[in-house]
Design a protein around this ligand. Structure first.
Ligand SMILES: Cc1cc2nc3c(=O)[nH]c(=O)nc-3n(C[C@H](O)[C@H](O)[C@H](O)COP(=O)(O)OP(=O)(O)OC[C@H]3O[C@@H](n4cnc5c(N)ncnc54)[C@H](O)[C@@H]3O)c2cc1C
Length: 336
């Protein structure tokens, strides 16, 4: 039977968001292939967490537990997963989140198995022969390229967080209670001889300051058209009165008006706001690919031919400097 594998990444006792997204997509793909969805879990004392995978209708979990797997070790994780493939049969595909961990581990595994790795996919589909269509933005964001690995297995791909659909939370946990427990296969981790070549000295928890943008219901985003810190302050003032988070395009980050954490797009964050207001932004796909969901999109751009106007619900053709002060006053007046 064909197997679809997902590497399930967790942090602080919880699945990362992209793991949930991968599991929904992988279950779907496995069903289309009449195959099984099997999940790799590495860590220390993660048996209880592994049991929660049943809400995604996972068929089997390969569970590798050891105190030294508590934190990611590239060599041990790679060898353990390569061993799994030789012991339990080569899957059709292994899917990873395009996180720091996934971006490191997936290509290492692909190289060891002599196959390809499609990085930072924004969508996954199957073709009529059951090959995985690994869709990535290409040529500086001007096209979507489809990568296929027809001659080698497994097909290895990383998927950018926020690109795929996820399960709703509580409703599915309730439904999951009725599902049968996941079959758990315990596997020994493999410690290669050169493990000491990479040693973990300390772990520093990064403050989750960027989560504000990803969870924001309203976003005011600015681009190169803002042209300077003065205009950026005006944009921040509008965001403030609207109770919105500030987002940015790459040029705005490169200019130093906004921090890298605020960048939306292919190399930045994926957001799902109810309201997105893009100011001085051209609408390049590398930016707009990071805006998901069914929220209302508005753009202010002085160029009536700007690509962003084809992607938004409402467009204002104007110099933002003439619009923002009026908007700020109007919002303040309405807020009383
Ligand atoms: C591999 C790769 C990854 C990338 N990842 C990202 C990413 O994650 N996020 C991202 O944002 N970009 C990313 N980029 C860059 C991306 O391709 C675009 O260059 C970028 O999004 C354009 O930003 P912009 O719209 O701010 O600037 P521009 O394209 O320069 O557009 C500025 C707009 O402002 C308008 N304007 C000018 N003055 C005014 C004014 N006074 N009032 C109103 N409008 C005005 C102009 O008409 C213009 O449309 C990536 C590129 C590559 C190659």
């Amino acid at each position: 039977m064909k197997q679809v594998w997902v590497f399930a990444e967790h942090q602080a006792g919880q699945w990362t968001s992209v793991t949930g997204e991968l599991l929904v997509a992988a279950r779907n793909i496995a069903d289309q292939l009449n195959g099984e969805l099997n999940v790799i879990v590495c860590g220390d004392q993660v048996e209880e967490l592994a049991a929660t995978l049943k809400q995604w209708k996972v068929d089997r979990v390969y569970l590798s537990q050891h105190p030294e797997l508590n934190f990611y070790h590239p060599l041990v994780y790679t060898e353990t997963i390569v061993d799994l493939v030789s012991e339990y049969g080569c899957p059709e595909m292994i899917l990873f989140g395009a996180t720091y961990l996934g971006r490191d581990l997936a290509p290492a595994i692909a190289a060891r198995l002599g196959t390809g790795c499609a990085a930072d996919c924004c969508d996954l589909k199957l073709d009529e022969n059951g090959n995985l269509l690994q869709i990535v933005p290409g040529l500086g964001g001007t096209i979507f390229a489809t990568i296929v690995t027809p001659f080698h297995r497994p097909q290895v791909a990383t998927v950018k967080p926020g690109m795929l659909e996820t399960l709703g939370s509580s409703e599915n946990e309730d439904k999951a209670k009725a599902l049968k427990p996941v079959e758990v296969v315990k596997v020994e981790p493999r410690f290669p001889q050169n493990t000491a070549a990479i040693q973990l000295h300390s772990v520093k928890q990064k403050p989750a300051k960027e989560s504000g943008l990803q969870a924001a219901k309203r976003i005011v985003a600015g681009g190169a058209g803002i042209s300077g810190p003065e205009g950026w302050s005006l944009l921040e003032e509008l965001a403030d009165v609207l109770g919105a988070a500030v987002g940015a395009t790459r040029p705005a980050v490169d200019e130093g008006w906004a921090s890298h954490d605020l960048m939306i797009g292919q190399s930045g964050k994926t957001v799902r706001p109810e309201l997105y207001l893009g100011i001085g932004i051209s609408g390049d796909m590398m930016h707009t690919i990071g805006i998901k969901g069914k929220g209302t999109l508005i753009a202010i751009n002085q160029d009536p031919k700007a690509a962003i106007f084809k992607q938004v619900d409402y467009g204002i053709v104007a110099d933002y400097r003439s619009i923002l002060p009026v908007l700020i006053e109007e919002v303040k007046r309405r807020e009383g």
